[in-house]
Design a protein around this ligand. Structure first.
Ligand SMILES: *Cc1c(COP(=O)(O)O)cnc(C)c1O
Length: 394
C-alpha cells in the first residue's frame, strides 16, 4: 500500500538530483552590503535591497515612533476595522510619488497581482501576457479564470497579432507585463505596448516591482521613465525591493483604486499591513522624495560592475538596469560557481529552473547603493578567480 505522503521526500530528492534544490541560507543580523551567515561576513550580491534601505536608521526610528503611538497589529482587514490613518497616509504618498491619482495598499507585490487581475477580468475575458512575466502575474491570471494568451517577450508586433486574432471577441481584454524583467534586467517596451493595447481597446497593466526606486526620475518607476503618466491603466508595485520593507500596492485612477478597495479579495479577506511595515515604508518614500542620491549611486554601481564582469568575458545578457545576470547555462555548473564564490566570501545564490528557463541557470548579481567601490572590486576579483578556475572564462 502506498503511503499518501511519500511523494514529499521523493520530489525533494528529485530536485537534489537535478541540481534544482535550493539551499536556503540564514542571515544572522541586518540585511546590508555585508551580511553575517553562520558567524562569517559575506559580501551580499543577491538581495533586492537596491538602495540599502532595509536597515536604514531613518526607517528604524520611524518604526519605533509609530509603534509607540499605534501599537503593532491592524487587528482586521482594511474593509472592516483595519484601516489606520497611517495606511491612508502611505497610500497618498505613494500616489504622489508615482504620479497617479490614488493607490491602494495590499500585503505584498505578489498579492497585488492576485488582487488586481481577478478583480479586473473573469471567466469570459482575455489576458494578453508577456511570456516571461513574473509568477505572481501568472498565478493572478490563472485565478481570474480568464483565457490567457501569451505574446512573445517584449514583442509589441506579436501582441498586436494576438489582439487582432481576438478582435471580434467582445469581452474585457487586459494586456499585462513586467516593467523590468527581474531575471534578465531588460525593460519592457511600454510605450509601444500601450499604443497597441489602446488601439485594440484593451486595458494595460504593468508590474513595476523592479522599477520602483530604480527607473525614472529619482526612482519614480517605469511610467515616469517613459513619460507615460495617465496612459497606463493599472500599475502594480512592491514595497519589498528598493523600498526595503514589505507590502504591495495598486496605483492608477481614483476609479480604479476605489474599485479595488471594494472588490479585490486580499483587501476584503486578508488583514492590513502592520504598523511597523507602514511606518518604515513612509520613511522610505520620504527618503526617495527628498533626493535622488541613492538612485544615482545604484546606477553608477550597476554600470561599473557590469562593465568589469563583461571585460572579464562573462555573459551578462542584455540587462538595461542594475540587475546583472551572469549566465552560466547548466544548473549544476551555476550551483558550483555560486558555492565556490561563497567559499570566497561572496553571497550570490544560483538561479535555476523554474525561475529561469532550463539551461540558462545563472548567478543574478544584484548591486546596491549600499556597496562601496571597494566592495565591487572585491567581488570582481573573486568572480575572475573562480570563473577562471571553473573554466567559465578564459
Ligand atoms: C518580486 C516581484 C513580485 C513580488 O513582490 P513581493 O512584494 O516580494 O511579493 C511581484 N512581481 C514582480 C515582477 C516581482 O519581481
Amino acid at each position: 500500500m502506498a503511503v499518501p505522503m511519500t511523494f514529499l521526500k521523493e520530489e525533494v530528492q528529485k530536485l537534489k538530483e537535478e541540481g534544482l534544490y535550493t539551499n536556503i541560507r540564514t542571515i544572522d543580523g541586518p540585511q546590508g552590503a555585508w551580511v553575517n551567515i553562520e558567524g562569517k561576513k559575506y559580501l551580499n550580491m543577491c538581495s533586492n535591497n537596491y538602495l540599502g534601505l532595509c536597515s536604514e536608521p531613518r526607517l528604524v526610528s520611524r518604526v519605533k515612533d509609530l509603534v509607540d503611538r499605534f501599537g503593532v497589529g491592524p487587528g482586521a482587514v482594511r474593509t472592516i476595522a483595519g484601516t489606520l490613518s497611517i495606511h491612508v497616509e502611505l497610500e497618498q504618498k505613494l500616489a504622489e510619488f508615482k504620479g497617479t491619482e490614488a493607490s491602494a495598499l495590499v500585503q505584498s507585490g505578489f498579492c497585488a497581482n492576485l488582487a488586481a487581475i481577478p478583480a479586473l477580468v473573469g471567466k469570459n475575458d482575455l489576458i494578453f501576457s508577456d511570456e516571461l512575466n513574473h509568477a505572481s502575474i501568472i498565478d493572478g491570471s490563472r485565478l481570474s479564470g480568464a483565457k490567457i494568451v501569451r505574446f512573445r517577450h517584449s514583442d509589441h508586433d506579436n501582441l498586436a497579432l494576438k489582439l487582432e486574432e481576438y478582435k471580434d471577441q467582445h469581452c474585457k481584454k487586459l494586456v499585462v507585463t513586467d516593467g523590468v524583467f527581474s531575471m534578465d534586467g531588460d525593460i519592457a517596451p511600454l510605450p509601444a505596448l500601450v499604443d497597441v493595447a489602446q488601439r485594440y481597446g484593451a486595458m494595460i497593466m504593468v508590474d513595476d516591482a523592479h522599477g520602483e526606486g530604480v527607473l525614472g526620475r529619482g526612482g519614480r518607476g517605469i511610467v515616469d521613465h517613459f513619460g507615460l503618466h495617465g496612459r497606463v491603466d493599472v500599475e502594480v508595485g512592491t514595497l519589498s525591493k528598493a523600498f526595503g520593507v514589505v507590502g504591495g500596492f495598486i496605483a492608477g485612477s481614483m476609479d480604479l483604486v476605489e474599485f479595488m478597495r471594494q472588490k479585490a479579495r486580499p483587501n476584503l479577506f486578508s488583514s492590513a499591513l502592520t504598523v511597523p511595515d507602514v511606518a518604515a515604508c513612509l520613511a522610505s518614500v520620504e527618503i526617495l522624495q527628498e533626493s535622488d542620491e541613492l538612485v544615482t549611486r545604484l546606477w553608477d554601481n550597476g554600470k561599473y560592475l557590469k562593465e568589469e564582469l563583461k571585460k572579464l568575458g562573462f555573459n551578462t545578457g542584455n540587462s538595461e538596469t542594475p540587475i546583472t545576470p551572469v549566465i552560466i547555462g547548466e544548473e549544476i555548473a551555476a550551483k558550483k560557481f555560486s558555492s565556490r564564490l561563497f567559499d570566497e566570501g561572496i553571497f550570490a545564490g544560483p538561479i535555476a529552473f523554474p525561475t529561469v528557463p532550463r539551461g540558462t541557470a545563472r548567478i543574478r548579481v544584484m548591486v546596491s547603493a549600499g556597496h562601496s567601490r571597494k566592495d565591487l572590486d572585491f567581488a570582481v576579483g573573486k568572480f575572475a578567480a573562480v570563473g577562471r578556475d571553473l573554466e567559465i572564462i578564459a
